[in-house]
Design a protein around this ligand. Structure first.
Ligand code: G16
Length: 558
């Protein structure tokens, strides 16, 4: 590293001292903590993002958000050149620099890492980082810290994309690195034109789904609500009412995380909405769940979670693939047996996994965190991944897309208007509509809506695909959540020693009981998930295991 680079870093590093006595870790989705603790982390992640840009010769993204967490928290996620999450190989470096205690040790870490990664500081192309933030009040100051980190790498450019959803920023990074327009209007244009294309390809006879025409969306009082309100004006063929657009407290009794975990309607929804088709976004609009209010009392809902969204998408894609493959021997551009697979986590409802397997699909389980699911889904020609919490998307391989484009072109000239040509058009439109970089609630809403119209289904019909096993999720505040260590895709706790045996003894009391614990990577808690044949049994199993965790690791009050 040249002297001018070292002295630039040495000038700026002391302006952002790390908070004392705090150990941060690049968890499930980047760094997350109380916003007051994060200035130095933002600055340091800014440096990391600029180094990643130099290393890859591409534009990198830095998103300031704490997604579903309370408004006083904030965080940062880094997007790699593909628009996906930061490569996991760099996470240990992120942890090291976030926790380096003084300017000298931080500089040393950067010098050594740059040497190990062979990062040239004098390349022809300067580093460039696209920055985005959600609506949290702490975002602006943290953005400034991140910019200062980026520009302490010689020549690096920090491009502020303003207040955006997390998936928008990931989309912009991907678009930019593919030589496409990165503006918000081009993002909206891509979504609305592919949505229109899918709407135009709806079978005539299936146009009425029996639901009220209107979709009511809970915007979590975050950036997603704001953006949807703006975007819906450009959409035709869909009537959307957005509530919780930002006047109330972010994520407080609203949002996909609240609706999915508590299984109740969010703030602003009530008896007048019974039976309506509703959806809820999370704080940075990378998660989506559907619901309908079922009862005037206690805000009860019928929840249609990420597992059901996955099932709906899988059904639709499978149907289009089988139309395309009809008529052996007369395939255009040679045959292509697309390898379709789905990816879930241990939180997936057991009934959903059974259903997907019955459909003949290959189902893979990974650790919690889209970075793991995304990686697995990318191994398929078409990989559909969803967490039960509503975070997911559909990935199309380049090889499959090239074949599909060529096939579509041939079909247009030989049999325009045929079922096969329409199926190819639909699949191409889905690959444009659904965010290829990361789970995206806005594009997810549009795809769900168009598939429901295609199937002629109401939200209730969709929910009837299979019946969820009753489940309950709880969180337990503990002294040190890293004391919980898991294996087998987080279904078995190997530490604290003996806790899994105690959990097994509880599970054995309930027919079809299933339960696991894992440390959260975004909140300072241990999560408990339980499933059983009745809601009372799932609740009882979750509570008894939460008590075990509390006795073992917490304050002993749960
Ligand atoms: C993030 C991750 C998700 C994960 C969720 C909860 O979501 O992107 O993959 O499921 O955190 O993680 P944990 O259980 O480790 O706290 P978001 O929407 O908060 O960014």
């Amino acid at each position: 590293m040249k002297e001018n680079q070292q002295s630039l870093l040495l000038q700026s590093i002391p302006r952002f001292p790390p908070p004392k006595g705090v150990k941060l870790s690049y968890g499930t989705a980047g760094f997350r903590a109380d916003a007051s603790l994060l200035e130095s982390t933002m600055f340091r992640v800014g440096i990391l993002a600029a180094l990643r840009s130099l290393k890859t010769g591409s534009v990198i993204g830095l998103m300031i958000t704490a997604s579903h967490n309370q408004v006083s928290d904030n965080g940062v996620k880094v997007a790699d050149p593909s628009g996906g999450m930061l490569t996991q190989n760099w996470e240990p470096f992120a942890d090291d620099i976030a926790n380096a205690p003084d300017p000298h040790s931080l500089l040393q870490l950067i010098i050594e890492f740059a040497k190990k990664e062979e990062i040239g500081f004098e390349g022809r192309q300067p580093a460039e980082v696209l920055l985005g933030r959600d609506t949290r009040p702490s975002g602006e100051a943290l953005l400034d810290a991140a910019k200062q980190g980026i520009t302490s790498v010689v020549g690096a450019i920090a491009t502020d994309m303003g207040v955006v959803t997390t998936p928008q920023l990931h989309w912009m990074v991907r678009a930019r690195n593919r030589g496409m327009e990165t503006s918000e209007s081009s993002y909206f244009h891509q979504l609305s034109s592919s949505f229109r294309c899918l709407m135009d390809l709806k079978p005539e006879e299936r146009k009425n789904n029996g639901d009220d025409d209107k979709l009511v969306v809970d915007g979590a009082d975050g950036v997603g609500g704001e953006k949807l309100q703006q975007f819906k004006k450009t959409l035709t063929g869909l009537c959307i009412e957005v509530r919780n657009q930002g006047d109330g407290m972010l994520n407080e009794g609203v949002g996909a995380d609240y609706v999915q975990k508590e299984k109740v309607a969010p703030r602003g929804f009530g008896p007048a909405d019974v039976g309506l088709r509703c959806a809820s976004l999370d704080g940075d609009a990378d998660r989506l769940v559907y619901f309908s209010v079922t009862s005037n009392e206690n805000n009860q809902i019928e929840l249609v979670d990420g597992d059901k969204i996955l099932s709906l998408f899988a059904l639709f894609i499978k149907e289009q693939l089988s139309i395309l493959n009809e008529g052996e021997g007369e395939k255009e551009n040679g045959s292509y047996q697309a390898h379709l697979g789905v990816v879930q986590t241990a939180y997936a409802n057991g009934a959903s996994t059974d259903y997907l397997k019955e459909m003949g699909l290959e189902v893979v389980l990974t650790l919690t965190g889209v970075k793991y699911l995304h990686e697995k889904a990318a191994e398929f020609d078409i990989g559909i991944y969803f967490e039960a919490n509503g975070h997911g998307t559909i990935l199309f391989s380049e090889a499959f897309l090239s074949w599909l484009e060529a096939t579509h072109k041939t079909l247009l000239s030989t049999s325009e208007g045929s079922a096969k040509q329409k199926a190819a058009s639909r699949l191409l439109a889905v690959s444009q509509l659904i965010n290829q970089a990361v789970g995206d609630a806005l594009s997810g809403v549009l795809l769900v809506e168009v598939i429901l119209q295609y199937m002629g289904w109401s939200v209730h019909r969709w929910n009837e695909l299979y019946h969820d096993l009753p489940s309950r999720q709880l969180k337990v505040k503990v002294v040190d959540r890293s004391a919980v260590v898991t294996t087998n895709a987080e279904t078995v706790a190997v530490r604290p020693i003996g806790i899994q045996e105690a959990i097994n003894a509880e599970i054995a009391k309930y027919p079809r009981g299933r339960c696991f614990i894992r440390p959260s990577g975004t909140e300072d808690v241990v999560r408990v998930y339980a499933e059983a044949t009745t809601q009372d049994a799932a609740d009882a199993l979750a509570s008894s295991v939460a008590r075990l965790v509390d006795q073992c690791l917490g304050s002993g009050t749960a």
